[in-house]
Design a binder for this molecule. Structure first.
Ligand SMILES: *Cc1c(COP(=O)(O)O)cnc(C)c1O
Length: 364
């Protein structure tokens, strides 16, 4: 069998070691690792298994479909799903012991009607996305407390999510979060799990860790923001492809759509079989570099759907040579954060954007 043309290698031991490192950096009674969006493109079940091996006690996902896939894959750890579908009757999720992050009274009623669920109440402390907002909060907490008292469901946690706009803004959200817990306590409910912080807030603000922190991006060895470099995390994924054609150009020859680049001297170009359909951002045209044989070369001309061109000068690059697009920068490969910068985006979007025809190869 030949090597897949485009492939990502995912290191289970890197996830494990990142989770161990994060538990030192941002200790809390419980550690959740978030594996939504197919484990940020790394493979959800693999990420969950490795995270648990590294000491994670909870797994987080966006929706119940993702949660059920993890149960099917044999993950028995507690799983929380917090982005609930409007028409979900929650029966399968509850039967399979998925904890539900609840944002509305409608959801509370639907879940209570099934019976036997464990929920975390999601409070909108200012992010303005999901969760009960300040106008809905009193009634939301009263309905939840009543259902809890009646045994229709168990309120086991309170959660929120911060904006990262500034330290002051995050701390202000935390105050609102604490007030919501107090309000719930006055209604007689004292849930054991209180959580607010994702990677950046958990690392930056000890006071935001409460009883649990939720690590997504950092567990994959990527910095949540450029200010979070050098935390001792190991990039989990490397993206490789192959040189599929090599040719010598004259000065004045152009390459790829719209002729954005023209050779100024005689040079060799290598064609690489990966493009924007595979998650190589077209917006990185004109800025990206890749590594071939230990040396980084510029990507030239427009990045296309299936392929891009690399100017290798007079180097002896051959068809079949391995091309490393991103991986661990200590090995001389560009990092995911380089691609994020070249494409004017964030690391999250690079790894979650990997296309369906890229082979995923698990490494120990
Ligand atoms: C995605 C997500 C996280 C993880 O965020 P990172 O920045 O990747 O650590 C945590 N909590 C919630 C609610 C999320 O949606």
């Amino acid at each position: 069998m030949s090597t897949p043309l485009r492939r990502v290698y995912v290191s289970e031991s890197a996830i494990r070691s990142n989770v161990e490192r994060l538990r030192e950096l941002a200790p809390a009674a419980d550690t959740m690792v978030v594996v939504k969006a197919n484990g940020y493109g790394h493979g959800a079940a693999l990420a969950a298994r490795a995270a648990i091996a590294g000491g994670a006690t909870w797994i987080g996902v966006a929706d119940t479909t993702e949660a059920l896939q993890l149960r099917d894959a044999g993950i028995t750890a507690p799983i929380l799903a917090w982005l609930l579908a409007p028409d979900d009757d929650f029966t399968s999720a509850i039967r399979r012991d998925i904890t539900l992050g609840v944002s509305t009274i409608h959801q509370l009623n639907a879940i209570a009607a099934v019976g036997g669920a464990t929920v975390h109440l999601k409070i909108d402390t200012g992010l303005g996305r999901n969760g009960a907002s300040h106008r809905q909060l009193d009634e939301f907490l009263e309905v939840a407390a009543a259902a809890h008292a009646a045994g229709a469901l168990v309120v086991d946690g309170v959660m929120s999510h911060v904006s990262g706009a500034s330290r002051e803004a995050d701390l202000a959200q935390a105050e609102i979060f604490v007030r919501a817990q107090q309000q719930l306590a006055e209604l007689g409910v004292h849930p054991p799990y209180l959580h607010l912080a994702a990677s950046a807030a958990a690392i930056d603000h000890p006071s935001l860790r409460f009883t649990m922190v939720r690590f997504g991006i950092a567990a994959y060895g990527l910095e949540p923001t450029p200010e979070h470099a050098n935390l001792g995390l190991i990039p989990v994924m490397r993206f490789e492809s192959s040189v599929v054609n090599v040719k010598r150009l004259h000065a004045g020859d152009s390459v790829s759509y719209n002729f954005l680049w023209t050779a100024t001297d005689e040079t060799t170009v290598a064609l690489v079989a990966a493009g924007y359909a595979d998650g190589i951002p077209r917006a990185a045209t004109g800025r990206a570099r890749v590594e071939i044989g230990g040396i980084q070369y510029p990507v030239v001309g427009r990045i296309a759907m299936d392929q891009f061109v690399v100017d290798v000068g007079d180097a002896d690059v051959k068809t079949g040579d391995v091309v490393r697009l991103w991986g661990n920068p200590v090995n001389g490969t560009p990092g995911v954060s380089d691609w994020a910068e070249w494409a004017d985006t964030i690391t999250y979007e690079i790894v979650t954007g990997i296309g369906g025809r890229v082979a995923r190869i698990d490494e120990p």
